[in-house]
Design a binder for this molecule. Structure first.
Ligand SMILES: Cc1ncc(C[n+]2csc(CCOP(=O)(O)OP(=O)(O)O)c2C)c(N)n1
Length: 370
């Protein structure tokens, strides 16, 4: 009966129109050639070198952390190789006064933001001192509850705005995190209050073993920002210059009072989800792995910098040696840190202890004094 009724609206077309707007931002291709000069960020030669230095250092830190974990010298660890452009180039676009609210995989960003490496190792061991951020290091502890940092970021950003600070709050989650309620609440709140926040979704395409296709019907994760009314970008997360460029722009917008941005970085993690025992060969093929390894952020950035005469094997080896030395010294310092006592754990949870914890504190203080 309704067969000939004229459609008044075409909801599917509206969706497709939105979805098709999200072209991926690139600057370099896989060979390190510039494919989009108009998006090229304004970085000096020294800054370009420093960015490469940090990416190489972080790759070594990942390799060493994995082996320290296997030796039983680290506890919880979530590998980062493959995500250096997404993590390090985005962080490189920030300033010291900005606040970073990481997820568990985002330890490199908070180390580059000023958290001493030995404390990052203590965090991995579950030691309370790993969560005691030094004064002036604007980072929160890595969040384990998926997506929770999105709500906290909206709050921190609003606080910065209300206090008139020239700084932004920046957070990271994964593709899986973008399915959480906290994700939507965080971006919606930040949008409604025009808060200076940058929300990253590092789409490494798997939430443990769940592929991104099973995670959401959305064609891109960036488009989720449209519902919150905030500018949203899809960027090649294996391309450091593209990631830097979109982050810097988002930061400028936030500081100009233009509110939050959602950035999806399309990337890949080469290693397992964490070192707790998942086996990626059960949910990914070696063909997919090698396809993504060809897109490696270090390979393309190295080629780009070599072409400009800014990088060579000697410089890379010097960074690798420095990283190894510093990691060795940091793990030694972590080993020398006094073991955590139960009273340390209790006294570091609250500014003022609730009655029941006060009782427990006294009990353990007595035990520890014997
Ligand atoms: C609220 C909550 N639910 C479930 C978990 C268990 N969990 C830990 S990691 C993870 C997958 C997260 O994947 P994604 O957000 O894509 O980040 P990635 O690990 O890939 O960086 C899950 C479900 C958790 N930590 N918190």
């Amino acid at each position: 009966m309704c067969a000939n009724k004229k459609k008044q609206f075409d909801a599917k077309k509206t969706l497709e129109t939105i979805e098709n707007q999200f072209d991926m931002v690139h600057v370099l291709n896989e060979k390190g050639e510039v494919v989009n000069e108009s998006a090229m960020p304004d970085l000096t030669d020294d800054q370009l070198e420093e960015l490469m230095t940090r990416m190489v250092y972080t790759r070594i830190l990942d390799q060493r952390s994995i082996s320290l974990n296997r030796q039983g010298r680290l506890g919880f660890y979530a590998p980062t190789a493959g995500q250096e452009a997404s993590q390090i180039a985005s962080h490189f676009a920030l300033e010291k006064e900005d606040w970073v609210l990481p997820g568990y995989r985002d330890v490199p960003q908070i180390v580059w933001h000023g958290l001493p490496l030995y404390q990052a190792f203590l965090f991995s061991r579950g030691h309370f001192h790993g969560n005691q951020m030094p004064e002036g290091v604007n980072v929160l502890s890595p969040q384990i509850i998926i997506g929770a940092q999105y709500i906290q970021t909206a709050g921190v950003a609003l606080g910065l705005k209300k206090r008139g600070k020239k700084a932004v709050a920046v957070t990271y989650t994964g593709d899986g995190g973008s399915s959480q309620g906290d994700f939507y609440e965080g971006i919606n709140f930040a949008g409604a209050f025009n808060a200076p926040a940058i929300f990253f979704v590092q789409n490494n395409q798997f939430a443990i073993s769940t592929p991104r296709e099973k995670q959401t019907a959305a064609k891109t994760i960036a488009q989720k920002g449209v519902a919150a009314g905030i500018p949203s970008v899809l960027v090649d997360g294996m391309d450091p210059l593209a990631v830097y460029a979109v982050t810097r722009e988002a930061r400028e917008r936030a500081l100009n009072g233009e509110g939050p941005t959602l950035i999806e970085t399309l990337c890949y993690r080469y290693g397992p989800h964490t070192m707790a025992g998942d086996d990626p060969t059960r949910y990914r093929t070696s063909e997919t792995d090698s396809e993504w390894e060809k897109k490696d952020p270090l390979i393309r950035f190295r080629a780009y910098l070599e072409g400009k005469g800014l990088w060579n094997e000697e410089k890379e080896n010097a960074v690798i040696e420095r990283a190894k030395e510093e990691i060795k010294a940091a793990i030694k310092k972590a080993d020398q840190t006094p073991k955590q006592k139960v009273t340390d754990l209790i006294s570091n949870m609250y500014e003022e202890l609730p009655v029941n914890l006060k009782e427990q504190y006294e009990i353990y203080k007595e035990k520890e004094s014997k």
